[in-house]
Design a protein around this ligand. Structure first.
Ligand SMILES: [Zn+2]
Length: 303
């Protein structure tokens, strides 16, 4: 059985969003599919750094960022993917070229076939990043840059890229992180990389944001992100912070307070370990997850 990946490249105009579709690709994927029953959203505890896995019941697995190089973590991310029965990844997204986001992806690429790699194209001169790009090229992975206005469909997963804008790709790497809204049959998730207050404010000003169900809290819960105006619009039911256990800056207590003031349920990988949700099209569940065993039917509770 094969399903398609649809990639819509849209171009934004200089003065307003023109939404001109440049290309529309429909690509039949002829590879073995990884089977699960419901949508799964995994915020994997990789200590410092982000690693988010989206699983589509149609057999598409998408990884967003991969934490630091995995040697220190006893190859946690690779072991996690294997224990979930994953044999290949339909797509890997990199939000921005900082080591706590791409470092662990190097080992992922060494072990798992990856069909598409999406990022912004923002450059970094870090040697390890250049090596990472070389590996992508060597493996022949389909490398694509995406920006505001682009939409990608992978199985039932719809990814709407909100940031950065293609014509403004210079500045702080954090603030140039990919920001995208993911929709899984009615469930909305906002993924924010490491953006800070300036980018949040720009997204608010440009009216780019919608209310979502799950928010990946920006920049590991740093105090310079997750401002009140931004949270008011995004207004998630659940927020997840990915932060290292011994990081004294992340998450900032004031960010936790801002989230709790809005009655948002907060999960954090430094305390809760792997945080895994299941979505069956109408209900969101907190799942028993983690590397020790994927007992997917054992729902901890509905949210
Ligand atoms: Zn980071």
């Amino acid at each position: 059985m094969a399903k398609e990946v649809i990639f819509k490249k849209q171009k934004t105009g200089l003065l307003f969003l023109a939404f001109l579709i440049l290309t529309l690709l429909i690509i039949q994927l002829l590879f073995p599919l990884n089977h699960i029953e419901i949508f799964e959203i995994h915020f994997i505890d990789v200590d410092q750094g982000d690693a988010i896995l989206l699983r589509d019941p149609g057999g598409y697995d998408i990884l967003i960022d991969g934490g630091l190089p995995q040697q220190e973590q006893n190859y946690k991310l690779n072991r996690y993917l294997k224990s979930a029965g994953i044999r290949n990844l339909s797509a890997v997204f990199l939000t921005h070229p900082h080591l706590d986001h791409y470092g662990g992806l190097i080992q992922v690429l060494e072990e798992f076939p990856v069909f598409y790699f999406f990022t912004t194209g923002v450059e970094s001169r870090a040697k390890s990043y250049l090596k990472f790009l070389e590996i992508i090229e060597y493996l022949g992975i389909d490398y694509r840059t995406v920006h505001r206005g682009d939409m990608i469909r992978i199985g039932e997963v719809i990814i709407d890229v909100l940031h950065p804008r293609e014509e403004f790709l210079v500045g702080s790497l954090n603030n140039l992180s990919l920001v995208f809204e993911v929709e899984l049959q009615g469930l909305k998730i906002l993924l924010t990389g490491d953006i800070e207050g300036e980018t949040e404010a720009e997204l608010v000003r440009q009216n780019m944001l919608n209310r979502v169900d799950i928010l990946k809290v920006a920049h590991h819960g740093s105090a310079t992100s997750s401002n009140a105006d931004f949270l008011k619009i995004v207004d998630p039911s659940v927020a997840v912070i990915q932060a290292g256990k011994n990081n004294i800056f992340h998450p900032a207590p004031e960010v936790i307070a801002r989230l709790e003031d809005r009655d948002i349920q907060v999960f954090r990988t430094d305390k809760d370990g792997d945080v895994v949700f299941g979505w069956n099209g109408s209900k969101l569940y907190l799942l028993e997850g983690g590397i020790s065993g994927f007992i997917r039917k054992l729902y901890k509770r509905a949210i």
